[in-house]
Design a protein around this ligand. Sequence first.
Ligand code: HEC
Length: 150
Amino acid sequence: MRLVALPVLLCVAAVAAHAGGVAPNLSRNGRSAHVNYMTECQGCHLPDGSGQKGSVPSMKAELHRFLTVEGGREFLVQVPGSANSKLSDADLAALLNWLIPKMGGTAADGFQPYTPEEIATYRSQRLVDVTGTRAALVAKFDQPETSSVN
Ligand code: HEC
């Protein structure tokens, strides 16, 4: 059975790759973005996004800054807390589209919502060096940031 199924799976993967993208997972778990944040994220990020000094950076009025630098939009999806969550691409899109404006900041005003397709694409590109990538993005911000991971 396994031997029969494998070529079929490889074939499906090849077709998906040939189509030039990853198929987004559009299933929804039926929970609002806020509830998904409460169950999947706030254990580390806290209910108000303020994080934990020394280990989890504050997102309050900070998250939007990533949107102002090249690669930042991708980073918000590729960071392990987002990318490795059990949320589908559609639920993660809804969560980030709720969270980013909620955390405030000027770039959040003109924020273009993520589509599930965009989430699927960014998620398929794994970040090898999370800390290094984050530091490089933060270094491109206009003002020094107020919180740091270290
Ligand atoms: C186990 C703790 C933990 C959980 C759970 C977690 N995060 Fe995070 N998150 C972090 C840490 C630590 C960082 C800083 C970057 C890094 O080292 O991963 C971070 C960074 C981020 C960032 C980028 C902001 C920045 O300043 O780096 C976003 C966006 C984010 N997380 C979203 C989420 C979302 C959405 C969820 C839930 C689906 C989530 N996180 C769950 C720990 C967590």
